[in-house]
Design a protein around this ligand. Structure first.
Ligand SMILES: NC(=O)C1=CN([C@@H]2O[C@H](COP(=O)(O)OP(=O)(O)OC[C@H]3O[C@@H](n4cnc5c(N)ncnc54)[C@H](OP(=O)(O)O)[C@@H]3O)[C@@H](O)[C@H]2O)C=CC1
Ligand SMILES: CCCCCC(=O)/C=C/[C@H]1[C@H](O)CC(=O)[C@@H]1CCCCCCC(=O)O
Length: 273
């Protein structure tokens, strides 16, 4: 008999998450039936969407999220013990899954990870998973960046932004990142080789842009929304492109009291991922 440990949403969120929102509980799992597998979590992903998407979730529900897990018992010939899988089972240690009867959805809920060799399987939740794909396709398909163009990235040291910046550098763009600490800014400049990076908590965004992008911004990869994005969009060139990926600055806000919208530059193309 396997006892899973899982985090449930104990109290609905009201502002930034605190320990009180979560409760760790046990769940006794049933014996495997034919077709089922038992997986054990190796890595859990804590992603920004969990906060706003949980506004519609009832207390008592397992906290949503994806994980990389290992098949530790199988009653399904197609899924061998020892294989590593990606699954959307939430914040829990053990889960019973029947891969053949999972709902088909636009987003994958379950798949066997390819062999990453010596690399960490955690990359299946990062650059080789949802954040990496968001960075690659959200940047290339929507911003359509060209060598020499100026690219601004918010939340630039995060999972998505840091990959957008590296792709933009590879393409020969002038890359400007904003992050919330001097340590992150140093990392962006010294390790990821961004052309410029600023701490938006201590530096005025418009002043930073006038310094690093005096002729304006061609591409803006927007992870944060709110007033920050209004300041960047105001500095877009004509025919600039904005990829609206997320709006993390408002995720802890009560949806009935959201901040005012961005300043929209009518000569830029703004698309949502
Ligand atoms: N559309 C899509 O398909 C997807 C959208 N997203 C969105 O992309 C964005 C980034 O996700 P991801 O990289 O995974 O997140 P991470 O958790 O890796 O990074 C998030 C970072 O956002 C910054 N941040 C938090 N609060 C604020 C705030 N109030 N103002 C400005 N920045 C803030 C913080 O960095 P700092 O210390 O620098 O402030 C934080 O570390 C999110 O908005 C997310 O919802 C993500 C994946 C898919
Ligand atoms: C107002 C919220 C904006 C959130 C933006 C964001 O971060 C979106 C992320 C999703 C993206 O569209 C592709 C994904 O895989 C992200 C998560 C979707 C998971 C939803 C399922 C939750 C569950 O397990 O029940």
């Amino acid at each position: 008999m396997v006892i899973a440990k899982k985090f449930i949403l104990d109290k609905s969120f009201n502002g930034p998450p605190t320990d009180d929102n979560f409760k760790l509980v046990d769940e006794q799992l049933d014996e495997l039936k034919n077709g089922e597998i038992l997986v054990e979590a190796i890595w859990l992903s804590v992603d920004p969407y969990i906060r706003p998407y949980s506004n519609h979730v009832s207390p008592g529900t397992t906290v949503m999220g994806t994980q990389i897990a290992k098949i530790i018992k199988s009653k399904n010939q197609q899924y061998k013990e020892g294989k590593k899988v990606f699954c959307s089972t939430g914040w829990r240690t053990h889960s019973v899954i029947n891969p053949n009867t999972l709902e088909k959805d636009v987003m994958p809920k379950f798949y066997v990870l390819p062999d990453f060799g010596n690399l960490s399987p955690s990359l299946g939740l990062g650059v080789l998973g949802m954040p990496g794909n968001t960075a690659l396709f959200g940047f290339l398909n929507i911003c359509d960046p060209k060598p020499g163009e100026t690219v601004v990235i918010s939340a630039a040291a995060g999972a998505v932004g840091s990959h957008v910046g590296q792709i933009a550098k590879d393409l020969g763009c002038n890359v400007i990142g904003f992050a919330g600490s001097d340590h992150k800014v140093k990392w962006l400049k010294e390790v990821l080789k961004f052309d410029a990076a600023f701490n938006y908590k201590t530096k005025d965004v418009t002043a930073a842009l006038l310094e690093a992008a005096p002729h304006g911004v061609d591409c803006y990869f927007d992870n944060v929304g709110g007033e920050f994005s209004s300041a960047v969009i105001y500095r877009m060139k004509s025919f600039g492109r904005v990829s609206v990926c997320g709006s993390i600055s408002s995720y802890n806000t009560n949806p009935k009291n959201l901040p005012k919208g961005n300043h929209f530059n009518l000569y830029s193309i703004i698309k949502f991922i």
